[in-house]
Design a binder for this molecule. Structure first.
Ligand code: FUB
Length: 335
């Protein structure tokens, strides 16, 4: 239809106003939804993954060291290989590939499997990868905490041995304090232990000691520091009452406690277990955890992350868990 110059102007102006209003509404909704940070959970979709230990290394990237659930599962028995993931924007996650499997563990049980929740630490130019793996068929009585090292955060790891003198327990966590002193934590079945690591990062300095003051500890210990206070997070035994586990935390002025229990920061997900880490990246704190949303199976889990906030008194606000409703398992997703 023909329009005179003046009516075209009016028409354009109306159009511009309409689009401005639409833009303002979209921006407003965007601002509101930023509060819950819908970023596409689960972030790992190319394999099933659990037990995320997240760290920011000196190349400026954030790395996640999860364990790998193998399909079809037999509980956690068949978990066998470790991959590493990284990001520089918390949106795009790269599968850096497999770094270790049970056949590479010299003391490993001949049946393989049982490569459970790992962690990684960095000291003086070397990355130390800590992983639990049993040495015998009686897996629950023969856990050892292996150490593999590399000059790189996501490749070339070589198994160096295991930490001597420990009880047969799982879920290692290594926290390196601001003064360079490294601390080692692990535990399971209600017992959490901590101690100093020697400079070689492979031997305990002195004796391991029970972490005092935790309430209903199950497993999945993780230590981080916020404003000078130490936080020990872990999963509880909520599953014993027919529910799924929750992530709790306790605080202390010292890295080895005694601890003061502060409550739950992640409510039960759709997965029987939970296991998480807390880390700051580019000025924002994050809580990593896992769910079973991609599989509907307790033992085919998927790693997720959401923003974590503190109250002014240092307590942690309950984390709002987000999910990409259209997420599907996709072998190419993180490639
Ligand atoms: O993934 C195997 C085990 O399940 C972990 O070591 C525990 O923390 C639980 O998540």
């Amino acid at each position: 239809m023909y329009l005179s110059n003046s009516s075209r102007k009016v028409n354009v102006t109306r159009k511009e106003i309409k689009w401005s209003i639409v833009t303002i509404i979209v921006l407003f909704i965007g601002l509101l939804s930023n509060k819950t940070y819908a970023q596409g959970n689960p972030i790992i979709r190319d394999i099933y993954s659990a037990d995320p230990s997240a760290h920011v290394w000196k190349d400026g990237r954030l790395y996640v060291y999860p364990s790998h659930d193998v399909a079809p599962p037999r509980g956690c028995d068949l978990m066998d290989k470790y991959h590493v993931y990284s990001t520089d924007d918390m949106v795009h996650w790269r599968d850096e590939g497999q770094i270790l499997e049970s056949s590479q563990v010299p003391w490993g049980r001949k049946e393989g499997g049982f490569m459970w929740a790992p962690d990684c630490a960095y000291k003086n130019g070397t990355y130390y990868y800590y992983f639990p793996h049993p040495s015998g068929t009686e897996w629950n009585k023969t856990w050892k905490i292996g150490v593999a090292t590399s000059k790189y955060p996501a490749k070339d790891f070589k198994v160096q041995g295991y930490i001597k003198g420990l009880d047969p327990m799982i879920d290692p966590c290594v926290f390196v304090d601001d003064d360079g002193q490294a601390y080692f934590y692990y535990g399971g079945g209600g017992k959490c232990m901590g101690g100093k690591l020697k400079d070689n990062m492979m031997e305990i300095d002195g004796a391991m000691q029970p972490m005092q003051g935790l309430h209903d500890f199950h497993e999945a210990s993780w230590v981080h520091k916020y404003k000078g206070m130490y936080y020990l997070s872990y999963s509880d035994n909520h599953d014993s009452s027919g529910h799924h586990n929750r992530m709790c935390y306790a605080v202390s002025k010292s890295p080895l406690g005694p601890w003061t229990y502060k409550g739950i920061y992640i409510d039960p997900t759709d997965s029987y277990t939970d296991h998480g880490s807390i880390v700051e990246y580019k000025g924002q704190w994050y809580a990593f955890y896992h769910t079973s949303v991609l599989s509907g199976n307790d033992w085919l889990r998927s790693v997720c992350v959401d923003k974590l906030y503190y109250n002014p008194d240092g307590t942690i606000k309950p984390v709002i868990l987000t999910q990409d409703k259209s997420a599907k398992f996709d072998p190419d997703y993180n490639k």
